[in-house]
Every structure is written in structure tokens, then in C-alpha cells.
Design a protein around this ligand. Structure first.
Ligand code: 13P
Ligand code: SF4
Length: 370
């Protein structure tokens, strides 16, 4: 057995510990590692994990934090595509750890690089690429798709900067091919007055995405047929129901919700926008929030002088974010304190180079929106 394997602690040993013991052991490992480690946490993480995060934010803020930290180890409490992005924008010597490798994103899984490259070639074959087409990918995608965008004059966007990036690209390009969230793409396109019939959906399982060549030539936005299973649970009737039940309520949703839900809401924006909106609201405000339940519950606890509801009564939890449990964090941290890196996320050099171009473009083209 190698020295590294001997030093590796087994995850099973953590499953029998009490919550208190787990929290103490994360704290001790944290202290032992000092500034060599930074724990980043996405807003959708559970309370018993987010309490250990040194820094937390939405996916845009986390990518900036990862590009700015000097820590040797970035322990990422979020999902796989976010950890990959941290590896891309981080310094070459930094190592990124995802405490549970099963923490993926069902939306990111709806587009793979082979499908994207094949779709691009289909567009080329029918002459659509003779006009200026920019590929734009939501942060919630693999590093390989980000690299594809980097190679082809495109960019990465997040829900907090999709609007300024669309603004730039719509002026400079004839059309955009947007991966993988059709709802963020459509909701953002609608903000620029693009009619629905100019926003076609690309189904990767059909020839030409299920469109005619004419539709594709005529489209302004080609939207990959992907969605978020969590935000997809909010329905227009939830908005009607809460308005009936809670007079004066304001409906605040994430743009991964469907167009119908966003149209019926009062406000939509990224997780940071949602947080800021509640932070700046006066006591007595009433909100129905359409986003991940851990974030909504935390806001309700933080602002007891406001009335905060989850937009849908049933559980809208991101099950993959939830996979990062304190047990996994303790396991990853204690191994690190022993000098063993577990669950490292490594993007290969070529992908890193081109994905880095697309991510750097995003960061340099947009200032942090409010
Ligand atoms: P944010 O860009 O708001 O962090 O969203 C990421 C995400 O996965 C939302 O489902
Ligand atoms: Fe992916 Fe949706 Fe979870 Fe965000 S909330 S990480 S888009 S599955």
C-alpha cells in the first residue's frame, strides 16, 4: 500500500460521529491548516455546511473568490461544475477539492461536449454559421463546453451577469447559441424584447435540434433544451395561489424558473439578487421566493421581521448540493490536515486554457451587477 493510501481516512468512520463531534473536527482541521485552506460555499448549501464556509456566494462570486485566493487548497462546497471552474480560474499550484464527487448538477448533465460540437457542425452544414453566431454557456455546464465557447469567440455567463453579456453579444453578433438552460436564455432574451418565435429550442436528440433550416436561419437565440429540476418545480399556479393567500405578497424568483413563472412574478434575479432584495426590504415586507429551499429558509431565519414564504409548498431542494454533508467536509478536511488530498477536481490543461478564456472574458466584460 502506498504512503498516500495509508494516510487516507475512510469516510465510513465519520458516519457514526455526532453532529457536535463532526463540527469540532472540521474546526480543528481548519485551525491546523490555517491560511493554506479556504472553504467556499454556495448559497444553496445546507446550514450545517455553510456555517463552516470562510466565504460564500452565488456562482459568479465564487468564481471570483477562487481566482483571488492565495490558499493552497480550495475546498468547494457546491457542485461539480463550480469546482471545475475554480480549478480553471485558480492558480496552477492550487488544488480544488469537492467533498462529495456525487455533487453534480442535473442541468449541466443535459449537455455534453460531443452533442454541442455535433450541433455546431449541423449549423455549419446548413450555412447558419456564415452569419456571426456566438456560443454562450451558462456557468452550469462542463469545463469542456466552456472551452468550446472560449475557442469560438463565446463566453460564460451566470444568472447575475446574463443581461450585460447578452447586451454586448446581441450588438456584435447576429445570433447566439445558448447552453444548457433554455429558461435562463429565454428569460434573458425576453428582457431584450426578442419575440418567442425568434427563440427556438434545440433538442440535442433530434436532427437540427428538431427545427427546420429556415427556423434556425431566422432565429436570434437558439436555446439548448436543458432545465433545472429544482426551479422547474415552481409553477404559474403557485404564483396565483400565494397571491390569493397572502395579500400584498411580492413574488421573487430565480431566472431558471420557466418564462410563465417569471412573467407572473414581481422580480427575478440570481441568488445574490434575491438576497440583496430581501436585505434591503423594510420590516413587514412579504415575499414568496422561487429558489432553493435552504436559501429561502436561511433568509426567513435572518429576517424574522419580514414574512418569507417558499413559493411552492413542496420541497424544492437541490439534492446534489445536499450531498455535501458535514461528514464529507470533515473527511476531506482531516485528510488535508494529514497531507492527503481527496476528491481533487482537475481539468486537463487544454480544456483549462480555453475554458479560462471564456471565464476571463466573462469576468472582464462584466462588473458585478447589483
Ligand atoms: P447562481 O448563479 O444564482 O449562483 O445559480 C447557480 C445555480 O445553480 C442555480 O440553480
Ligand atoms: Fe443544478 Fe438546479 Fe441544483 Fe442549480 S439548483 S445546481 S441548476 S440542479
Amino acid at each position: 500500500m502506498s504512503a498516500v493510501l495509508e494516510a487516507t481516512r475512510e469516510l465510513e468512520e465519520y458516519l457514526v460521529l455526532s453532529d457536535q463531534e463532526i463540527a469540532e473536527r472540521i474546526g480543528s482541521a481548519r485551525e491546523a491548516l490555517g491560511p493554506r485552506v479556504v472553504i467556499l460555499g454556495h448559497h444553496y448549501q445546507r446550514d450545517d455546511v455553510i456555517r463552516h464556509a470562510d466565504l460564500f456566494g452565488d456562482s459568479y462570486q465564487l468564481s471570483l473568490m477562487a481566482s483571488q485566493t492565495d490558499a493552497d487548497y480550495i475546498v468547494f462546497c457546491g457542485v461539480h461544475f463550480m469546482a471545475e471552474s475554480a480549478n480553471v480560474v485558480g492558480k496552477p499550484s492550487q488544488r480544488v477539492i469537492l467533498p462529495d464527487l456525487g455533487a453534480g448538477c442535473s442541468m449541466a448533465d443535459m449537455a455534453n461536449i460531443d452533442q454541442v460540437e455535433d450541433s455546431w457542425e449541423q449549423l455549419r452544414d446548413i450555412g447558419v454559421l456564415d452569419s456571426k453566431v456566438a456560443p454562450i454557456t451558462y456557468m452550469n455546464s462542463t469545463a469542456a463546453i466552456k472551452a468550446f465557447c472560449g475557442r469560438n469567440e463565446g463566453v460564460v455567463c451566470t444568472s447575475s451577469n446574463a443581461v450585460p453579456l447578452f447586451d454586448i453579444y446581441l450588438k456584435e453578433y447576429d445570433k447566439m447559441f445558448f447552453f444548457p438552460d433554455q429558461h435562463l436564455g429565454r428569460n434573458t432574451g425576453a428582457k431584450f424584447g426578442i419575440p418567442l418565435d425568434k427563440m427556438v429550442v434545440w433538442n440535442p436528440h433530434e436532427e437540427l435540434g428538431g427545427n427546420t433550416p429556415e427556423q434556425l436561419h431566422d432565429a436570434k437565440l437558439i436555446l439548448w433544451r436543458g432545465h433545472c429540476s429544482v426551479h422547474g418545480r415552481f409553477k404559474p399556479w403557485h404564483v396565483d395561489k400565494i397571491r390569493e393567500e397572502v395579500p400584498g405578497v411580492k413574488v421573487l424568483v430565480h431566472p431558471e424558473c420557466t418564462r410563465e413563472v417569471v412573467e407572473k412574478s414581481d422580480l427575478d434575479g440570481s441568488t445574490s439578487f434575491i438576497i440583496k432584495t430581501v436585505e434591503n426590504a423594510p420590516a413587514g415586507s412579504k415575499w414568496a421566493i422561487g429558489t432553493e429551499v435552504n436559501l429561502v429558509n436561511r433568509l426567513a431565519k435572518r429576517f424574522p421581521d419580514q414574512e418569507i414564504h417558499l413559493l411552492a409548498p413542496d420541497l424544492c431542494m437541490c439534492a446534489t448540493m445536499y450531498r455535501i454533508a458535514p461528514q464529507n467536509l470533515a473527511w476531506a478536511m482531516e485528510n488535508l490536515a494529514d497531507g492527503v488530498v481527496v476528491n481533487e477536481i482537475i481539468v486537463d490543461d487544454e480544456t483549462k486554457h480555453y475554458a479560462g478564456i471564456a471565464l476571463d472574458r466573462m469576468i472582464s466584460m462584466t462588473e458585478r451587477p447589483g
